[in-house]
Design a protein around this ligand. Structure first.
Ligand SMILES: *Cc1c(COP(=O)(O)O)cnc(C)c1O
Length: 444
């Protein structure tokens, strides 16, 4: 086989990758679950390790030739244990959803009751949302948030006592507060349930000390590695000392569920190596500063938005993300703001707000996060500029109202997208954002 670069072998894909790099350079990535990885992480991810089959675990593989891969996986495990203060870490799950699936396979039988934060209330699909495997094989009893974004623990406790869940999830994808590990642990312990913290969003903040670590409260911790942790797409399942005290076989059960229990077969060794690199980076003083700056930036942005008259769920944020409440502009307004922001160079995502009068497909809010822009080095004064831009973009769409009729609605949104692409004010903002971004180069 000839030794060709990507450019030589496939200029079409190479050009598209360059275009995506340029898009990231010129705009603000404000989807809270995204980040910009380091050059070192990318290098490990794009390495020859992708070629190797390694089904099994270090020292117990189904294939030969894994002495070096064993060392890489052990390093990743040791770093995870050190970073999160846990006695066991499985670093193989291919992504967050398979990691959570492994937890179900390890501790639940089909038909068991599970509890998780409702999807439209900020929870994740895998925590028992309708239409997913987690609601199909288990009996899902969701918990909800109040209008102000807080969880009613009295109600969670009542439901837990009544339904006797086998497993309770704490952690979510769109929750602007610190996760209530202690409160949920009291409930889970009272009913004898496994408590699992899903810290996919805040893992990096936890390592940085900018969010509490759930290790002393929960039995199992799952996390993705590509959000605030700033690693490759991937995930981990960790067992805490509390988990081992509840069930000494818990670590073995988790490992068996990941492989060969059915979530996946061969691990992605290039991904494991990149996770190890990301964990090493996350334990440095620079990263500690990064994690705290992410939260400072989010607080500054929320405050600046509020000063512009924009409504923020729960009146601010305690982590890396915030939810703009657009219900004042009618149901489902998130669709308009998301598209208009994209035209202006800000990538964010439409999202439901607590007690959303609309649906997850046409939600009435927008989710904004600071992990990626903080990686580029932006600070509080830049957040003020961003708030100004968001307010100016909102001005362009705030008089629109989503029509009720479903067919008409599709046509309305289609026409809106055409019109907004021509909006001169948004084009001007895009230019201003590009200028700011040019002062903050990407890490790769
Ligand atoms: C992102 C996320 C996941 C799943 O991640 P994927 O890697 O996309 O499967 C799981 N749980 C929570 C809370 C998340 O936010």
């Amino acid at each position: 086989m000839k030794k060709l670069t990507l450019q030589e072998q496939d200029p079409e894909i190479a050009a598209l990758i360059r275009q995506e790099l340029q898009r990231r350079q010129d705009g603000l990535e404000m989807i809270p679950s995204e980040n910009h990885t380091s050059l070192a992480v990318l290098e490990a991810l794009g390495s020859v390790l992708t070629d190797k089959y390694s089904e099994g675990y270090p020292g117990k593989r189904y294939y030969a030739g894994n002495d070096i891969v064993d060392k890489i996986e052990i390093l990743a495990q040791e770093r995870a244990k050190q970073a999160f203060l846990v006695p066991h870490a499985n670093v193989q799950p291919l992504s967050g959803t398979p990691a959570n699936t492994a937890v179900y396979l390890a501790v639940c039988e089909p038909g068991d009751v599970i509890m998780g934060q409702n999807l439209a209330d900020g929870g994740h699909l895998t925590h028992g949302a309708k239409g997913t495997f987690s609601a199909r094989f288990y009996k899902s009893v969701p918990y909800y948030v109040e209008k102000d974004g807080s969880i009613d623990f009295k109600k969670v406790r009542q439901d837990a006592i009544e339904h006797k869940p086998r497993l309770i999830w704490v952690g979510a994808s769109a929750y602007p507060k610190l996760f209530p590990f202690k409160e949920m642990a009291e409930i889970a312990d009272e009913v004898g349930a496994y408590l699992v913290a899903d810290i996919a969003h805040v893992a990096g903040l936890v390592i940085a000390g900018a969010h509490p670590n759930p290790a002393e409260y929960v039995h199992i911790i799952t996390t993705t590695t590509h959000k605030t942790l700033r690693g490759p797409r991937g995930a981990m399942v960790m067992v805490t000392q509390k988990g081992l005290d509840k069930d000494p076989d818990l670590a073995k059960k988790i490992d068996k569920a990941v492989f060969p229990g059915g979530v996946q077969a061969g691990p992605h060794n290039h991904q494991t190596a990149a996770i190890a690199v990301a964990l090493k980076e996350a334990m440095t003083p620079e990263f500690k500063e990064y994690g705290h700056q992410v939260v400072k930036n989010a607080k500054a942005l929320a405050l600046a938005l509020i000063e512009k008259g924009i409504e923020i769920v729960s009146g601010g944020t305690e982590n890396h993300l915030m939810l703009i409440d657009l219900t004042a502009y009618g149901k489902g307004h998130g669709v308009f703001l998301e598209e208009a922001l994209e035209r202006a160079g800000i990538t964010a995502n439409k999202n439901t707000v607590p007690k959303d009068p609309s649906s997850p497909f046409y939600p009435s809010g927008l989710r904004l996060g600071t992990p990626a822009i903080t990686t580029r080095g932006m600070k509080e004064e830049d957040m003020k500029k961003i708030a100004e831009w968001v307010a100016r973009v909102l001005e362009e769409v705030k008089d629109l109202r989503l029509v009720e009729d479903k067919k008409e609605r599709v046509l309305q949104v289609r026409q809106f997208k055409k019109d907004i692409a021509e909006n001169q004010k948004l084009k001007d903002i895009k230019q201003e954002i590009k200028e700011l971004c040019s002062k903050f180069p990407l890490p790769y």
